[in-house]
Design a protein around this ligand. Structure first.
Ligand SMILES: [Fe+2]
Length: 498
């Protein structure tokens, strides 16, 4: 199995896989763009590494980390002209940037210095609540929906004209060096909030209220930033990237601002999307045409014979079926929990119907089943639905498509009871809208499920267990199938059942 969000490793296997997929060698590369513009040794390190691996180092240049985030958002969006927001923990001495972008490129208007960071603020609260820094921020977001008023963080972080004010005295001095379970806050925060939660300890209402207060602070500050950016630029389309862009509740609040016409959130907003941003930035510098992102199914695919080889190696029973979408829809409507492994894998953190675990979204009990039999996640974390694009505004409070699960929309009142497994406690859902043209087989599966049940959605969660990356190869799929309580695995046209 791989290493989830591997940090500190040089991605040589990924580099070789990309070269193989593109059918080129390292000598065919015109330019390598690498983040780390503020570190003088970056280019030397890159060149030495490539020389060591390939005996050849193409021309390389650096770009600022925040510019790479901005490029990953703007060039993937379908906008001609847009305001762009990058915000994260920190990168290249900065924690964010405000920019304007059009066909001539991206121009940074303002930057946020490293420690003055909305991402670090949220990581600090993540640590205070006993979770892992730079990994479990999404848990704080999930927990916030259970909280209410009662905790005041206005001394720590507050929106202001032009952005926000963050009191850095709450963060340790060595904020750049840490392991994920070391306390990432100072005594000043403990004096304000009381003792922190120890990892694994009971989660009390107070902890939920702290998460709620932090989430509200983050939302209000993001709104202040975007309002400021809009006033400076007069633009009404917004691109977002950086780790804070993964906060789908903030994204929803931003999408509802009356001066926002359209919003694009880079699906791999965190540093997983940095390489893409670097490549797009370099392509634009080299005057190469850039197509916006049509879908995220950019990963490897495996032939039928490779899949069959893996199944035979694992010595498990299987059968070939003519129409997996119909068979899977029928099984889902009977309450079965399935793994759905089809075509090229997804780029980014979400499984979007090619490496997914699927279940019937109608009953809240399904959520517990998926958790206890397969995912082993905390019970407060919500699951998300994939919904037929044509039905999105009938079920959710939006008229926009949201193909990458980047925004949590309110579920319409009369649908909440019908989607018990995928509606969060605050009545929202982080939806994936599914269109026929981008993922036809998955679209047909959900359409078949709709024909049978009258519900145009399925529960979709990534095909992995807690702590592991999403499965990539057929053998990884088989291993995860064998080690969990999944009822069935569909791999292309092959069906394995327990
Ligand atoms: Fe970043």
């Amino acid at each position: 199995m791989g290493i989830k969000a591997a940090q500190g490793y040089l991605p040589i296997k990924s580099i070789r896989a990309c070269l193989k997929q593109a059918g080129i060698s390292v000598q065919d590369i015109d330019l390598i763009v690498h983040p780390g513009a503020s570190y003088p040794s970056t280019l030397d390190s890159v060149a030495r590494y490539l020389e060591h691996q390939f005996h050849y180092a193409p021309l390389a240049e650096t770009v600022n980390h925040q510019m790479a985030h901005l490029a990953s958002a703007y060039y993937c969006s379908q906008f001609d002209e847009a305001m762009c927001l990058s915000y994260d923990g920190y990168g290249d001495q900065l924690s964010g940037a405000l920019a304007i972008a059009d066909s001539s490129g991206i121009r940074i208007l303002e930057t946020m210095e490293g420690i003055n960071s909305l991402g670090l603020f949220y990581s600090m609260i993540t640590s205070y609540l006993g979770f892992a820094v730079e990994r479990d921020e999404c848990k704080v977001m999930g927990l916030a929906a259970y909280g209410g008023d009662g905790v005041d963080l206005s001394e720590v972080l507050a929106p202001c004209d032009g952005g926000y004010r963050f009191d850095k005295g709450y963060l340790p001095d060595d904020y750049k060096r840490r392991n994920m379970f070391e306390p990432f806050y100072t005594d000043k925060l403990v004096n304000l909030l009381g003792p922190s939660r120890k990892p694994g300890a009971e989660i009390t209402q107070y902890h939920k209220d702290v998460a709620y207060a932090a989430q509200k602070r983050l939302e209000d500050c993001a709104i202040a930033l975007v309002t400021h950016l809009h006033r400076r630029t007069g633009l009404r389309k917004l691109c977002i990237a950086g780790g804070v862009g993964l906060n789908c509740v903030v994204n929803y609040r931003l999408s509802t601002l009356d001066f926002i016409d359209d919003i694009f959130v880079q699906p791999a907003s965190s540093d997983r999307g940095i390489a893409l941003g670097c490549a797009l930035y370099g392509s634009n510098q080299n005057s190469q045409a850039i197509n916006n992102l049509a879908h995220v199914f950019q990963g490897p695919t495996y032939s039928r014979s490779e899949i069959l080889d893996a199944i035979e190696l694992a010595s498990v029973a299987y059968r070939e079926i003519e129409d997996p979408a119909t068979v899977a829809a029928a099984m889902l409507s009977e309450g079965k929990i399935l793994a759905w492994y089809q075509g090229r894998s997804e780029f980014g953190p979400r499984a979007l119907g090619h490496r997914s675990i699927l279940a019937d979204p109608r009953s809240a009990k399904t959520k517990d089943e998926v958790n206890s039999r397969i995912k082993f996640r905390e019970e407060f974390r919500p699951f998300a639905p994939s919904v037929l694009a044509a039905h999105v505004s009938a079920v959710f409070d939006t008229r926009s498509l949201s193909p990458y699960m980047t925004i949590a929309f309110p579920v319409k009142d009369h649908w909440r009871d019908r989607l018990g497994a995928v509606v969060h406690v605050d009545g929202s859902s982080r939806i994936q809208t599914v269109q026929q043209q981008t993922t036809p087989l998955y679209h047909r599966l959900i359409s078949e499920f709709y024909q049978r049940t009258g519900v145009p959605a399925v529960l979709n969660t990534s095909f992995n267990v807690r702590g592991q990356p999403i499965v990539e190869t057929p053998l990884q799929a088989l291993a995860t199938f064998a080690s969990t309580g999944l009822d069935a695995l569909f791999m292309e046209k092959y069906l394995l059942e327990k």
